[in-house]
Design a protein around this ligand. Structure first.
Ligand code: MG
Length: 389
């Protein structure tokens, strides 16, 4: 192994971001070696990834899938399992960079462990910052660890901020496609099925984030994510709808100048930037052809229709575990919606109910956050059962 090869571990390598990250890495084999690859249940794809990328180790989260893997797949590296395995892989000091592409709250503890071992984090798992932003960023400062955004909007902001001082930022403008229901009237939202909501106009993503984009909870989470990543007052974070998804976000400075980062809606671009930050490597992804675009449009979001976006701003205002509550309630509600157990419009109802019912802790530590997350899950499951009675 050559000295300038980074050891990269991908938490969630069989998900949408994990797969695209491996595509990116496949085109620069001289620059990296794979540490760990992890999956929840998709051992078939994991086996293919092992063959191609020869990782040092793997983690299979699900117990049943782990047992199946042991009996079916021939692999000489380290084989770990469960949440404990994820935490061990994330915290292995062999890693130079951990790409956290886990879904939901499950990313919090592995991310904390990687930070403790001083490893650079490329963060795609925005829910971990939404839920536990205060403890994660505090620990990152303590261990002098950089958290690099993978999310396209935050990657755009990071790129706009190169060479700038955060003190000279007047406003961060997060762009949002508005999702598939941008033009759907408010009174028709109730009838939306999981199948409708899974059709995103611009981006190809995993199921959870696609539903979060349809409710605009995803943009709300990104507001909270920006707050923690860039340490910027919430009053300075704005959201604009931009249906073409070409301008990935903007930064407005104190002199009135605005920088925007543009590109095709292709997650491999922000993933590649996070993996080689602050450098850029050459890739032959399709190029943006501005002349072929008819127009780029921008307008303000409808907070009455997309209540989830409003909840996120309110939670940031309230602080403490308010974002933890929103995140956990949303996670349970989205999976219930995907299983056709609740209506699309029940998703914000679950969040609102949890915010009313669960006590908000003002200055939580990690244990408070984990406890709150558990309480909310329990509460929302019951709330959903009552909805369906
Ligand atoms: Mg995004």
């Amino acid at each position: 192994m050559s000295k300038n090869q980074k050891i990269i571990t991908i938490l969630g390598s069989t998900g949408s971001i994990g797969i695209q990250a491996l595509q990116v890495l496949d085109s620069i084999p001289q620059h990296f070696r794979i540490g760990y690859l992890t999956t929840n249940t998709n051992i078939e794809l994991l086996a293919k990834q092992i063959k191609k990328f020869k990782p040092i180790g793997v983690v299979i989260k699900d117990k049943h899938a782990y047992e199946k893997f042991i009996s079916q797949v021939d692999f000489n590296g380290k084989i770990l399992h469960g949440k404990k395995g994820l935490i061990e892989a994330a915290g292995d000091t062999i890693n130079d960079l951990v790409l956290s592409a886990l879904v939901g709250f499950s990313g919090v503890e592995p991310t904390m462990e990687a930070i403790k071992s001083g490893t650079t984090i490329a963060l795609a798992n925005k829910e971990s910052l939404v839920s536990a932003g205060s403890v994660i960023t505090k620990s990152a400062r303590k261990h002098n660890v950089e958290i690099i955004a993978v999310d396209s909007e935050h990657s755009a902001i990071l790129q706009c901020l190169v060479g700038e001082s955060i003190k000279e930022v007047e406003k961060i403008i997060l762009t949002a496609s508005g999702g598939p229901f941008l033009n759907t009237p408010l009174d028709e939202l109730e009838k939306i099925t999981a199948k409708d909501a899974l059709k995103h106009p611009n981006w190809t993503m995993g199921n959870k984030i696609t539903i979060d984009s349809a409710t605009m909870m995803n943009k709300g989470f990104e507001v909270i994510e920006a707050f923690w990543l860039f340490n910027i007052p919430k009053e300075k974070i704005d959201v604009l709808i931009h249906p073409q998804s070409i301008v990935h976000s903007m930064v407005q400075f104190v002199d009135g100048s605005v920088k925007a980062q543009m590109g095709l809606p292709d997650m491999r671009i922000p993933i590649s930037y996070a993996l080689s930050y602050p450098k850029r490597l050459k890739y032959d992804f399709p190029r943006l052809d501005l002349a072929s675009l008819n127009e780029l449009t921008f307008f303000k979001p409808d907070y009455e229709k997309f209540t989830c976006l409003k909840y996120a701003f309110d939670a940031l205002e309230t602080g403490g575990t308010a974002p933890t509550i929103i995140n956990a309630a949303n996670e349970i509600a989205v999976f219930a919606f995907l299983e056709n157990k609740i209506k699309f419009t029940d998703i914000p109802r679950c969040i609102e109910a949890a915010l009313t019912e669960i006590k908000i802790q003002k200055k939580p530590d990690l244990t408070d956050i984990i406890d709150t997350d558990n309480d909310v899950r329990h509460f929302v499951h019951q709330f959903i059962n009552n909805l369906n009675k």
